[in-house]
Design a protein around this ligand. Structure first.
Ligand SMILES: Nc1ncnc2c1ncn2[C@@H]1O[C@H](COP(=O)(O)O)[C@@H](OP(=O)(O)O)[C@H]1O
Ligand SMILES: [Mg+2]
Ligand SMILES: [Mg+2]
Ligand SMILES: [Mg+2]
Length: 396
């Protein structure tokens, strides 16, 4: 595709600068030819979310393809990411439009409710028309490359409508899809990790999750980090259905493997994940917790819910997230990652050990932070967290 980067749009205002792909932040991956092996199909066919899982995988895969295309274009340009507090790019919008559209096409009989991060407000402002056209073209190009829905080409208005389907408030009744079209937009802009995170809430419980991580190596990143220097193939899709375990396959292949969290019970052998961005999580607090536990390895800092995916297959055994005071976590930043880890045998709680409650609307009501590990390490992790919070951050 020809690359005419132009717009870096930062929320709440869209600014046309030198890069057309930057509208303001993101995460995603794909593979449309992805089909599960017969044995896996059999394993899942007894469950009641078969259709939903197939639709979610298709949607996330196509969205990942869109993001890969945009990220490649961004990296080929001279444009550097703007350090904006809340970046959003054409890929965030394109991914959200694509997932929303694909889910509705694949599941036409369902009442559709989507809780998603982005909305079209900035795209409807004066001066944003070119950006909206670019997003519309991206979405149509990806659909055309997949060969799906050749009967329909989306107009800019269709794209806006698909994006704005994501305004649902969620809640404890009925079914709601939960989408982060690009989680880790800052990582996406740096060329590092990002994810397309799609989950299904049923009566307030997360019952299905798909996590597409286009830049995550297929092999362990233990002790590594996310950088391009890592050898080997990248691009992972994790998926889970409640009660069915967690599986992973390459974005380019159909061969899924079951994954499990690490069984390490000696903290000295454990390694931990945290946000790359110090603004998203208190690195000093996590360092104090790790020290108290006896963790020897340095933190593995990567962006996005790729942390949950990596932990679900045992690349590391602890994930610590302590936002600075006043920040409210959103459900789309954790729903897919949560079920991917939980179905792989891990435990996800707030800093006080309470389970996460996804039934309260768009936000998670939390005590202080989010901690993730295996069942054996959780009691000592909780103790270290409690002590470190008391000692180091008396104001929390
Ligand atoms: N001050 C803050 N504290 C904690 N999280 C924040 C934050 N500002 C933004 N975030 C969230 O952190 C997410 C990225 O997480 P991570 O640091 O693990 O990569 C962002 O998702 P988006 O990139 O989807 O906007 C955003 O929702
Ligand atoms: Mg964002
Ligand atoms: Mg996010
Ligand atoms: Mg996002």
């Amino acid at each position: 595709m020809s690359v005419n980067f132009v717009s870096i749009i930062a929320k709440p205002k869209i600014t046309i600068t030198t890069n057309p792909f930057l509208v303001s932040s993101p995460l995603l991956f794909f593979s449309n030819k992805t089909k599960m092996k017969p044995s896996i199909l059999t394993a899942f066919s007894s469950m009641s979310y078969d259709k939903e899982l197939a639709a979610a995988k298709k949607a996330a895969s196509l969205a990942a393809r869109l993001c890969q295309k945009v990220q490649k274009a961004i990296l080929q340009s001279d444009v550097q990411s703007k350090s904006d507090k809340s970046p959003v790019t054409v890929a965030d919008y394109g991914s959200q439009a694509l997932v929303s559209y694909v889910l509705q096409r694949e599941l036409p009989s369902e009442l559709f409710s989507l809780v998603a991060e982005e909305d079209s407000e900035d795209l409807r402002k004066d001066g944003a028309q070119e950006t909206l056209e670019r997003i519309t073209k991206l979405v149509n190009d990806i659909l055309a490359s997949d060969g799906s829905y050749s009967d329909s080409i989306l107009s800019a208005d269709d794209v806006v409508k698909a994006i704005d389907c994501g305004k649902s408030e969620g809640g404890s009744r009925g079914r709601h899809w939960v989408l982060d079209p690009i989680d880790g937009t800052k990582g996406f802009l740096r060329g590092d990790q990002y994810a397309i995170a799609l989950a299904l809430l049923d009566e307030g419980t997360v019952v299905l999750g798909v996590l597409a991580c286009p830049n995550l190596p297929l092999t362990s990143i233990a002790g590594g980090g996310s950088h391009h220097s890592l050898p080997g193939e990248v691009g992972c899709l994790f998926f889970s259905v409640a009660g069915g375990g967690t599986y992973m396959h390459s974005l380019d292949s159909s061969s899924a493997v079951k994954v499990q969290v690490s069984s390490i019970d000696n903290p000295e052998e454990a390694s931990f994940f945290e946000s790359y961005e110090a603004a998203h999580s208190m690195h000093d607090l996590s360092s104090s917790i790790a020290k108290k536990l006896g963790v020897k390895a340095p933190p593995v800092r990567i962006d996005s819910q790729a942390k949950y995916g990596a932990l679900s297959r045992g690349d590391g055994v602890i994930y610590l997230r302590f936002p600075h005071k006043g920040y409210r976590e959103k459900i789309w930043d954790h729903a897919a990652g949560y079920i991917v880890v939980a179905e792989a045998g891990g435990v996800v709680t707030d800093a006080a050990g309470n389970p996460l409650d996804f039934s309260k609307g768009r936000y998670l009501d939390l005590d202080t932070g989010i901690i993730v590990t295996n069942q054996k390490l959780m009691p000592s992790l909780l103790k270290a967290v409690r002590e470190s919070i008391e000692e180091k951050v008396p104001s929390l």
